[in-house]
Design a protein around this ligand. Structure first.
Ligand SMILES: [Zn+2]
Ligand SMILES: [Zn+2]
Length: 416
């Protein structure tokens, strides 16, 4: 029969990589509550309109990358391509703005984009991120950026760089966009077809184009940073000075406009050169109009989203806290029940232990322990039962010791 394989752009995750996933998920849940973030989980699919209105119809995401489908009742649905629009929708719908304080959420979960699969890039990919609502201060922008930066350091990602920009607001951006449009119009024939269309629909999105010619041309286009109004300018200065209190270094990147329409003022990305990769590990910024545009009150937002697959590529050493594995071997079949009793007492205390119920002799059991990658094998023989002791074999150097049963707890504490 023909084998069925996983759809293009998806993958199964299992040992040994799954340990990195568990490690990073544990770290996220342990780290972000420090800043009073609470977890939120939103549906994997939403009405398509949420993303069209939220992300912007001229973005690459909405134009080309959404998994949109009709359900049996002809509803227009989309697998979420990102989570910010969903979190905003959830906050409005459940009136969280009046029920939760401070309004700070973090999330972890799968997102879906019809993108070209490549290293670290999948059609079902996973993100974690945070959202802060109702705080317009530059200081909170710096705190959000700091937490994302510090988290990467916490999980031992090396050589990280923060790229910073301001994309202005509805007061200062129009003049910038007019000048940008005029400049782009002059170079129209050198731009790709997509960018030619964007000139009049959404010229900011020209900066997202990955076409090398377009990048070269747009490098000479006007820079938003030169157009910031007084408010955006002083906000940006405060973000930078607060980042220095957090001792976070950054560079200014005027091309950094993020791929989504909802950003205002602060925009940032963090990348790592550890593996020579150019891709951003995470990015985010301020979105002061999104809540209003999705039908809520005039409430500001600030957040980031991080690509878990990309971070895992850089994560060489997931230090799992699960502890070492113990194999409980019995010398002869009648002793198997003793092994089961011992295993139960270890499981009760939260240790990882394994009994092989199918091997008739000790040699075969030790072979299996090796195959599993066991750290210590406990051996129960007639002698051990009579003397109320346990023989313990270190499976790395094969050294063996015998301890009294009443010494076991102390041994476990020191060795596992
Ligand atoms: Zn402004
Ligand atoms: Zn282009």
């Amino acid at each position: 029969m023909k084998r069925i394989i996983a759809p293009k752009g998806t993958k199964d995750i299992f040992l040994p990589e799954i340990e990195k996933w568990q490690y990073i998920e544990e770290k996220i849940r342990g780290y972000f509550p420090r800043f009073l973030y609470k977890e939120i989980r939103t549906p994997i699919f939403e009405y398509s309109e949420l993303f069209q209105r939220g992300i912007g119809t001229e973005t690459e995401v909405v134009q080309k990358e959404m998994y949109t489908f009709k359900d049996k009742a002809n509803r227009d649905l989309t697998l979420r391509p990102e989570n910010t629009a969903s979190v905003v929708r959830a906050a409005i719908e459940n009136d969280l703005f009046n029920r939760v304080y401070p309004l700070r959420f973090f999330y972890i979960g799968p997102m879906f984009r019809y993108d070209k699969p490549q290293k670290g890039r999948f059609r079902q990919f996973h993100q974690f991120g945070v959202e802060v609502f109702g705080d317009e201060s530059a200081q909170v922008d710096a705190e959000v950026i700091y937490s994302s930066y510090d988290f990467l350091k916490e999980i031992n990602i090396k050589d990280i760089q923060l790229h910073l920009n301001s994309v202005g607001c509805e007061n200062c951006r129009p003049k910038f966009l007019r000048d940008l449009e005029a400049e782009a119009e002059k170079k129209k024939n050198d731009l790709c077809i997509d960018c030619q269309r964007k000139i009049h629909t959404n010229p900011l999105r020209i900066f997202d184009c990955k076409n090398l010619k377009c990048i070269e041309i747009s490098n000479d286009f006007p820079k938003i940073i030169d157009y910031l109004c007084e408010e955006c300018g002083s906000h940006f200065e405060d973000v930078k000075s607060t980042l220095s209190i957090f001792k976070v270094k950054f560079d200014i990147n005027s091309r950094l406009v993020r791929g989504l329409d909802y950003y205002t003022k602060t925009a940032f990305e963090i990348s790592s050169n550890q593996l020579g990769a150019q891709d951003a590990l995470l990015g985010g910024g301020r979105y002061n109009n999104l809540v209003k545009e999705l039908g809520g009150a005039d409430i500001s937002g600030m957040g980031f989203a991080a690509g878990i697959e990309r971070i895992i590529l850089q994560l060489d050493d997931a230090k799992s806290k699960k502890g070492k594995m113990i194999f409980i071997a019995y010398q002869s079949l009648p002793l198997m029940n003793k092994a089961i009793q011992l295993a139960k007492s270890l499981w009760d205390k939260g240790y990882r232990a394994y009994v092989d119920y199918n091997s008739k002799n000790l040699k075969k059991q030790l072979k299996k322990a090796n195959k599993i990658g066991i750290d210590y094998t406990f051996i129960l023989g007639e002698d051990e039962i009579v003397t109320k002791s346990i023989s313990i074999k270190n499976m790395k150097d094969y050294e063996q010791i015998t301890i009294k049963q009443e010494e076991l707890d102390k041994w476990l504490k020191n060795n596992i």
